[in-house]
Structure formats: C-alpha cells, structure tokens
Write a protein that binds this ligand. Structure first.
Ligand SMILES: Cc1cc2nc3c(=O)[nH]c(=O)nc-3n(C[C@H](O)[C@H](O)[C@H](O)COP(=O)(O)OP(=O)(O)OC[C@H]3O[C@@H](n4cnc5c(N)ncnc54)[C@H](O)[C@@H]3O)c2cc1C
Ligand SMILES: *[C@@H]1O[C@H](CO)[C@@H](O)[C@H](O)[C@H]1NC(C)=O
Ligand SMILES: *[C@@H]1O[C@H](CO)[C@@H](O)[C@H](O)[C@H]1NC(C)=O
Ligand SMILES: *[C@@H]1O[C@H](CO)[C@@H](O)[C@H](O)[C@H]1NC(C)=O
Ligand SMILES: *[C@@H]1O[C@H](CO)[C@@H](O)[C@H](O)[C@H]1NC(C)=O
Ligand SMILES: *[C@@H]1O[C@H](CO)[C@@H](O)[C@H](O)[C@H]1NC(C)=O
Ligand SMILES: *[C@@H]1O[C@H](CO)[C@@H](O)[C@H](O)[C@H]1NC(C)=O
Ligand SMILES: *[C@@H]1O[C@H](CO)[C@@H](O)[C@H](O)[C@H]1NC(C)=O
Ligand SMILES: *[C@@H]1O[C@H](CO)[C@@H](O)[C@H](O)[C@H]1NC(C)=O
Ligand SMILES: *[C@@H]1O[C@H](CO)[C@@H](O)[C@H](O)[C@H]1NC(C)=O
Length: 569
C-alpha cells in the first residue's frame, strides 16, 4: 500500500472558523467531541467506520460492569476482583488499562454494586486492528470527526497514555506475527526478529527460545515489546549486556498521521526511526511492526539476596545501603548485570540480578564486594544464585510462571536517575532522602540499575540520562483499592509535591515509562537534550497533533479539562 488516501482539508481549522451549525454546539469546537455533544458522530457514521474495518469496531464496555447493577454477575465479579491488580486482567480487553489513577474507580470491582459503572477515562470505541488499513481508517475517522484518538497495545502504561475519555482506540494487541531472519545492513549484520505491534515479551521470549536465540523485552513478561516499551526506551534483564530495548531497533513499519504506511530505518525516514527508538510511544505514528536485533542464546546467571534480621539497627541498615550504592552495586553492573532491588522498612533485598553468559561463580564474584562487607559486619542475609541454560528459563524463574507471571501493575510511582558521577558529591544526600522516604511516608524504594553507557549501533532518542546513570530510583506504593480514591489521590499529591522535589534536585532525569505522571519537569526529565529535536520531528510527521498522550512530546498542544475533555491549549 502506498501513498495517501485522504487529505486533511483540516477538519480543525474549519471547525475553528465556526460555521453557524457548529457555533450552535454545546462544546467548544477547539475541543475533541464527547458523547452527547451534537458534533459527536452519529450511529450511522460509526456504522460506516465499522464497515470500513471489516466489522471490527467495538463499542467498549468497561470490564468492571459485571460488578455493578444492572449487569452484576457475582462469580464473574469475584474473579475479576481477585485478579484486578494483575496485567492479565486488562490486556485482552479492548478498553482495559492498568493505571489505577486513571481508572479513577469509575467502574472497578471494589465500589458498591449499586454504584453506576461509568465510562470515565475508558475509551468509547476500539478498532481491533489486524492490518494497516484498519489503522488508516481509524486515523481518518478521528481526524475528520474530531474524535480523540488513542493507541493501545497492552494498556500497561502507568501514566495512562493508552486510554482517554471519549476516545476511539486503535487496539494493536492482536497483531501477533513473529518471524526471524539473518539481517544485513550497514550498522548491523546478524539474527533479527520481526514482530507485529501486539507481540508481548513472553511470546517473543518463547519464539526466540525455539530458534536458539534471546531477545529484549520487559521484566514484566506481559509488556508489549514494539509499543510503549521499545518506543519509550525499554530496560531488560539482558540490557547490561545488549543495551536498551530501543538500541535493538532495525526497522519500523509505521502508519503516519496522514495515513501513509512508511518504513523507518537508520537510512530511510531516519528522523522517524530516531524518534520512535526511545522518543516515546503514541506520539509520532502508529507502529505496525518492529524488526529488532536478536542474539544467540546463552546460559544466564541470576542472583537474589535479602536481609533476614527485622530488628536490624537503622543506622547499620543505611550504612550498608550506602556501601551498596558506592561499591557493591557498581561492581555488579560492571560485570554486565541488570539489578532490581528494594528497601521496605527494615528489609533490603535484591529481587533479581541477571548476567547473560555468567556462571554461578561469576555471580558470586560480582556480588563479592557486597557480601564480604555483609559478612565482615555480621549482617544476616540469605542469597540464592541460579544458572539456567537459556534466557527463557531464567525469565520464567524470576518473572514467571510463564506465560503471564504475577507482577502487579497497579501502583503510584515516581523516579529519578542518579548519575554515577554524583556518588562522591551527592551520595550521602541521596541516602538521607531515601531513608526519610521509607520512614516518614507510605512509599518504598524500588530501584534498578544496568550499565547502558555504550552507544548503540545507530543513534536514537533514548533519554541520555540512561547512559550515565548509576541507577534509576523508583519510589512506589501499590494502589489500595479498598480506600476511597481521594485517599490515593492525596498519596499521589504527596509523591509529586513532597517526595520527588528533593530527589529531583540530585537527579538527572526520569524514565518516561516509570515516572510520576504529574512531574512538572517532564519535558527535560523524560527527554533530556532530545526534547527540541523530538518536537521538530513531531511537527513534521504529525503537524495537526492527531496523536496525543499525557507527557508525550507535543502534548502541550492540548489540555485535559476538569470534565476530562481534550481541548487545544
Ligand atoms: C507491571 C509492569 C512492569 C513493567 N516492567 C518494565 C520493564 O521491565 N522494563 C521497562 O522498560 N518497562 C517496564 N514497564 C513499563 C512499560 O514499558 C510501559 O508501561 C510501556 O508503556 C508499555 O508498553 P505497551 O505497548 O505494552 O503498553 P500500552 O499501555 O498499550 O502503550 C503504552 C504507550 O505506547 C503507545 N503505543 C502502544 N502501541 C503502539 C503502537 N503500535 N504504535 C504507536 N504507539 C503505541 C501507547 O499509545 C501509549 O502511549 C512495566 C510496566 C508494568 C505495568
Ligand atoms: C504524508 O506525510 C509524509 C511525511 O510528511 C509526506 O512525505 C507525504 O507526502 C504526505 N502525504 C500526503 C498525501 O500528504
Ligand atoms: C461492527 O460490525 C460487527 C459485524 O457486523 C458487529 O458484530 C459489531 O457489533 C459492530 N460494531 C459496532 C460498534 O456496531
Ligand atoms: C475522577 O473522577 C472524578 C469524578 O467523576 C472527576 O472529577 C475527576 O476529574 C476524575 N479524575 C481523573 C484523574 O480522571
Ligand atoms: C447502595 O446500597 C447501600 C446499602 O447496601 C445503601 O446504603 C446506599 O444508599 C445505596 N446507594 C445507592 C446509590 O443506591
Ligand atoms: C541464519 O543463519 C544461520 C547460519 O547460517 C542458520 O543456521 C539459521 O537457520 C539462519 N536463520 C534464519 C532465521 O534464517
Ligand atoms: C531463596 O530460595 C528459597 C527457596 O526457594 C526461598 O524460600 C527464599 O525466599 C529465597 N531467598 C531469596 C533472597 O531469594
Ligand atoms: C549534586 O547535587 C547538586 C544539587 O544539590 C547539583 O547541582 C549537582 O549537579 C550534583 N552533582 C552531581 C555530580 O550530579
Ligand atoms: C488498604 O488500606 C486499608 C485501610 O487503611 C488497610 O487496612 C489495608 O491493609 C490496605 N491494604 C493494602 C494492600 O495496603
Ligand atoms: C521527610 O519526608 C517528608 C515527606 O516527604 C518531608 O515532608 C520532610 O520534609 C522530610 N524531612 C527531611 C528532614 O528531609
């Protein structure tokens, strides 16, 4: 398919000009329509859209409706309630998404049966995309009818970027093809995997395993690989050896805002390639497929470690954490590890450290500076070391059980990269802030680290803060669905206004996919020095700002009102 099929005779400009018929409408015409507005498409128009996508238009109903009258279903509701905080409750549903903050209790299993299930921030319609033409039809409709557009893959996005009130969603989840090749290009020759936009990490890992290969995806094995993960950067168990998810990209197939299917590589539409590889999901175009590097599979070493004395003296605990940051951790990441750890109350634990190619002895050696410190200070801990013959088995052990695992998705979080160069001057200040957070708030510390300082084989838009970071310090709290939503909103306010600012003073940026949605410094922190260039590329490929997502490049062209309506800023 080539060329463009429609031209935007600029629905928006025409609306803004305000012909009489439009002036009579209730809604401000510089805003996207919501159901109930006179300008909202008629049933017949939706039906025409449906015909143009082979009947795959879905009038979405939030899943939580089974927990509310008049469609209450006791057993379906009980099942949903049990699983609600897990990704698997949401990614197979056309309008499901995981950000509890944006769910906003409008239709969840925890509010009383007799409260109405409201559409809230759930989209109104979704197109189950099975081919590029479906995307093109959806883009055309959203632009011509002035309806908000959303691109959703799995709905993992913590910042709510894959949902929107009153929106038509392009639901990419069922583009599941996976194929392998020996790829040849100037920057890269070697194994590669081409995946449809809906492929999830567990599917990629299983398919690569069958070929004797390994490939990069999320720690949470249900995250979508070609969607927000790779487009936003993507950190992986294998990243300490192979770099970021976005460093793996070879080719993108993309439908652009004007409805053209293009290929973006380091040499063809190279600006779009550059932006898609780390510059943020849902912003520059709709990805239909991604071709990424793959690697010969290897043994994979793993380790976990946890303190076992709940009465540990707090000063001893924090001196030990300081040693870990200054000496223990750099030794582990220098050995090629991706490391995930946490501090919750008196417990310090490394949940998983991963080094592709490492033996059990290699793992112990990488940890030796830290374990020698623990031994010499008589700090009680338990450590497990693993060696699996393949990456798939490692992922199954630490993130499984396959296929979906049990990592909850409902949380509040903020995060900050701490530069390795800052340890000597600001390490002490960092430790004292983290200590205060764990003692004076309901949040805990869940950082991870990997060394991705090596430049990728093709330049990309990954936030430069990744390359020099000691670690990404996340501050998190699991969402509590049993308290009123206002209580959690207050926790979010505390996060943004009280907890994050002192950390931001010391830090050097944030990971857009695992950040505080209300971070007022999102432009510089999520994109760093790339923000200006990304803005130019956004203007070129999406001049009318059809693609909107919270904190995405170009999102300042829009504002979400108190009623959830998306309006031109
Ligand atoms: C439990 C959990 C664990 C996680 N673990 C990791 C991890 O280990 N490493 C890591 O780096 N991140 C991790 N993340 C964060 C994850 O990378 C982001 O949530 C990411 O946005 C998910 O991408 P998605 O496509 O699956 O999700 P979605 O929510 O569906 O989409 C995310 C964004 O990408 C856009 N998008 C999706 N598909 C397309 C497409 N085809 N074309 C254009 N835009 C698209 C959407 O519009 C949205 O803006 C985790 C998240 C959760 C909830
Ligand atoms: C669509 O956009 C691309 C990139 O800006 C441009 O090359 C192409 O000519 C456009 N097509 C039409 C019909 O506007
Ligand atoms: C679209 O058409 C299909 C097939 O005719 C139908 O099952 C479906 O309900 C329609 N969707 C909408 C939103 O009407
Ligand atoms: C949550 O819902 C309330 C009540 O409908 C609304 O006022 C508020 O703006 C919503 N918040 C978000 C983040 O959607
Ligand atoms: C819902 O039911 C409870 C008792 O079960 C009752 O107190 C409440 O008033 C009802 N709310 C509505 C909106 O009907
Ligand atoms: C790539 O090349 C290797 C070595 O020649 C071969 O064994 C393998 O099957 C090829 N892979 C694919 C997907 O063609
Ligand atoms: C080590 O493994 C044992 C047995 O599986 C488990 O009970 C324990 O929690 C593990 N400890 C750590 C720190 O992973
Ligand atoms: C240390 O923190 C200060 C702010 O408190 C900051 O200005 C400085 O750049 C930081 N130093 C390093 C090396 O990051
Ligand atoms: C949620 O809050 C309630 C009330 O404060 C508390 O009893 C419960 O332990 C909390 N649950 C979680 C998972 O934090
Ligand atoms: C400790 O943290 C709380 C909550 O973020 C904050 O209000 C307080 O100022 C902090 N105290 C110190 C000494 O940093």
């Amino acid at each position: 398919m080539k060329g463009s099929f429609f031209s935007f005779t600029s629905a928006l400009v025409c609306l803004c000009a305000g012909p009489t018929v439009l002036r009579a409408q209730s809604a401000d015409p510089t805003c996207r329509y919501l159901p109930g507005d006179e300008g909202w498409p008629s049933a017949e128009e939706w039906s025409q859209l449906n015909a143009s996508v082979s009947g795959r238009l879905i009038a979405t109903i939030p899943q939580g409706h089974v927990c509310h009258d008049p469609t209450y279903d006791a057993s379906a509701c009980a099942e949903l309630e049990q699983m609600w905080s897990l990704p698997q409750s949401h990614f197979d549903d056309p309008s499901g998404f995981m950000s509890a903050y944006h769910q906003n209790a409008s239709c969840d299993p925890y509010t009383p049966r007799n409260t109405t299930c409201r559409q809230g921030n759930y989209v109104e319609y979704a197109i189950e995309v099975l081919e590029a033409e479906d995307v093109i039809a959806g883009l055309k409709f959203a632009q011509e009818k002035n309806v908000r557009l959303v691109v959703k893959n799995t709905g993992h996005d913590y910042l709510g970027k894959s949902t929107g009130k009153g929106a038509l969603s392009l639901w990419m989840h069922n583009l599941k093809s996976i194929s392998f090749s020996n790829y040849t290009s100037e920057p890269y020759t070697g194994p590669a995997v081409k995946m449809g936009a809906g492929v999830q990490a567990f599917e990629l890992y299983e398919a690569a395993d069958k070929m004797g290969l390994q490939a990069l995806g999320g720690e949470c094995i249900t995250v979508g690989v070609a969607g927000g993960y790779t487009q936003g950067g993507g950190h992986s168990f294998l990243g300490g050896k192979h770099g970021m998810g976005a460093d793996q990209t070879l080719e993108w197939e993309v439908v652009t805002a004007n409805g053209t299917l293009v290929t973006a590589t380091p040499t063809q539409n190279s600006d779009l390639y550059w932006a898609l590889s780390g510059g943020g999901g849902g912003t520059y175009g709709v990805v239909v497929s991604l071709t990424a590097k793959a690697y010969l599979d290897s043994i994979v070493g793993g380790a976990s470690l946890a303190f076992t004395d709940p009465t540990i003296d707090p000063d001893t605990l924090w001196d030990t954490i300081a040693f870990f940051l200054e000496t223990g951790l750099p030794a582990i990441t220098d050995a090629g590890a991706h490391v995930q750890w946490y501090v919750a109350g008196p417990v310090f634990g490394v949940t998983v450290a991963t080094i592709p190619g490492a033996t059990e002895d290699d793992m112990r050696e990488a940890f030796a500076p830290f374990t020698e410190y623990l031994d010499s200070h008589s700090i009680a801990y338990q450590m497990n070391v693993t060696l699996f013959p393949s990456f798939l088995q490692h992922a199954d052990h630490y993130s499984g059980p396959l296929p979906y695992g049990t990592i909850p998705a409902a949380q509040l979080q903020g995060g900050i990269f701490f530069p390795r160069s800052g340890v000597a001057s600001n390490g002490t200040a960092l430790i004292s802030i983290l200590r205060n957070v764990t003692t004076s708030t309901n949040f805990y510390i869940a950082p991870y680290a990997l060394d991705v300082s090596r430049a990728p084989s093709s330049p990309n838009a990954v936030n430069p803060a990744w390359r020099g970071a000691l670690a990404y310090f996340m501050v998190i709290q699991f969402w509590n669905y049993t308290v009123p939503v206002s209580v959690m909103h207050e926790q979010e306010r505390i996060l943004t206004e009280e907890i994050m600012p002192p950390l931001q003073e010391l830090g050097s940026g944030a990971y857009m996919n695992e950040a505080d949605v209300h971070n007022p410094r999102w432009r510089e922190e999520f994109y760093g020095t790339n923000f200006g260039k990304l803005t130019e590329i956004k203007k070129k490929w999406d001049p009318q700002d059809l693609f909107y997502a919270t904190t995405a490049v170009g999102s300042d062209a829009w504002k979400v009102g108190g009623d959830g309506r998306l309006c031109r800023a």
